[in-house]
Unconditional design. Sequence first.
Length: 179
Amino acid sequence: RYTPDPSVPVGDYYLIVSRLIPYKRIDLALAAFRHLPQEKLVIVGDGRDRASLQAASGPNVTFLGRQSQAKLLELMRGCKAFLFPGLEDFGIAPVEALAAGRPVIAYAGGGALDTVIPGVSGEHFAEQTVESLLAVLGKFDPSAYDPAACRKQAERFGRDVFRKKLLDFLATIMHADMG
């Protein structure tokens, strides 16, 4: 369901889709965007920190709360880039953004090291600091990323690939036990 759509123009906003809780580091993105008043940030999701995050945000940040899958796909297809400032083992939302053809700007840790290839499917920022995130945002050019390359990267984590790897692994174990 998440696929690029060349008829959708790249919008003027960055996108976060997340539960609004501390370890997701939405606060880091908000702090960075306070230094970038000309840039827009759209945040989709809800959580216990929503009120405090909204209070800490500037006029260039929009909170949309929960959205339908159709609206989420529309937002992903149209964003400059998807932001993933937290540290997670994997994170499905960045892979969905890649599948929709959009690059991801992610903290260089955890699963993002596997899902985001710098210069191909997005960029990493080295430290969870405002300065590190601003350094990447300051030089980011959405036109430098091919939606098809982003999609191809997402396909590495698709259901069919997972199933094949799992079956291959199980076959290897079965073969080793019999040999």
